[in-house]
Design a protein around this ligand. Structure first.
Ligand code: PXG
Length: 296
């Protein structure tokens, strides 16, 4: 039998089939917790420190005291990868409010649950990267910044799941959410960019979008190749008439958008700037300066 992956739960390692938490955990009962999705490429955990910083920022907003220091958390992630002998991996870090009673009061939860899953990554189809995807602006509005917006990367993902369901039922590859003012916010689990007159534009996080790590990397890469990258409100019309459009995310990396609600973006093929950014992005993956090596 193939050796099972080991999962970290509260300092202990369990084989995948036996890695379980209580049904009284408020992460399950209320989506009360925070998480990160991270990747390792060729033995380097890409932007690990940035992900850890975002995790602790999310935790601060929901007043969750993570029982590990950032350095301990980094060591635990690396150790889990080493135990599983992984070089290229998808890493899911979850910190829940922990075990409580059936009421939602978080004060009943004594100790947060810390989970680190490291697994092989299921790649997006290469066809999506070569041809671009078909996306749909859905009726589900991105939760606003005075509610459960994705400014906090919480376990409460119903907003994104509803959006994804809408795209699924009509056969689109991805969903795009507007904010409550009608501006583009982001995809179900990706940030969105458009290219107009050689400039790249992404919506501000005041639309409820996540401060994506890939989003930051792409904005820096754009500047490096001499292209202006700005945050600005994007209307559906701006998106329909963009020269190019693409999505970014840890799992997605950079994915060109070929079509939105049946409007062809540009000439319907991945545009030159999108392709250039995809090339630049591929170059930094696995670079020890762009993350933390698993074996140090
Ligand atoms: N927006 C949202 C709402 C997200 O959940 C991104 C943007 C991109 O952020 P990063 O930091 O990854 O560049 C995300 C990413 C998956 C998956 O397996 C991805 C995410 C969450 C859950 C699953 O595709 N988040």
């Amino acid at each position: 039998m193939e050796k099972e992956l080991l999962i970290y739960i509260d300092g202990e390692y369990y084989p995948k089939s036996r890695a379980k938490i209580s049904v009284y955990d408020h992460g399950l009962l209320y989506g009360d917790g925070v998480f990160e999705g991270i990747r390792a490429y060729s033995g380097v955990v890409f932007k690990l420190r940035e992900h850890i910083d975002r995790l602790y920022r999310s935790a601060r907003v929901i007043m969750l005291n993570i029982p590990l220091t950032r350095e301990e958390m980094i060591r635990a992630v690396l150790e889990t990868l080493r135990k599983n002998n992984l070089q290229d991996a998808y890493i899911r870090l979850v910190v829940t409010r922990g075990i409580g009673d059936l009421g939602l009061d978080p004060r009943k939860c004594q100790r947060p649950t810390v989970i680190i899953i490291t697994d092989i990554i299921k790649l997006h189809s290469s066809e999506a990267k070569e041809k671009g995807i078909r996306a749909m602006i859905v009726w589900v509005k991105r939760d606003p910044v005075d509610a459960t917006s994705h400014e906090v990367k919480s376990l409460n993902y119903m907003n994104s799941i509803l959006a994804k369901i809408e795209a699924n039922i009509v056969g689109y590859d991805e969903a795009i959410c507007l904010d409550k003012n009608g501006y583009i916010s982001e995809g179900a689990a990706e940030n969105l960019f458009i290219v107009k007159n050689g400039r790249i534009i992404t919506p501000p996080t005041s639309t409820g979008a996540l401060v994506g790590i890939t989003r930051e990397v792409v904005m820096k890469l754009a500047q490096k190749i001499g292209c202006t990258a700005v945050e600005n409100n994007i209307t559906p019309t701006d998106l329909f008439t963009a020269d190019e459009a693409f999505l970014t995310g840890t799992a997605a990396e950079i994915i060109p958008i070929a079509e939105v609600n049946k409007r062809i973006i540009g000439d319907g093929k991945p545009g030159p700037l999108t392709r250039r950014l995809m090339q630049e992005f591929a170059k930094i993956l696995g670079d020890p300066n762009e993350g933390i090596p698993i074996h140090q």
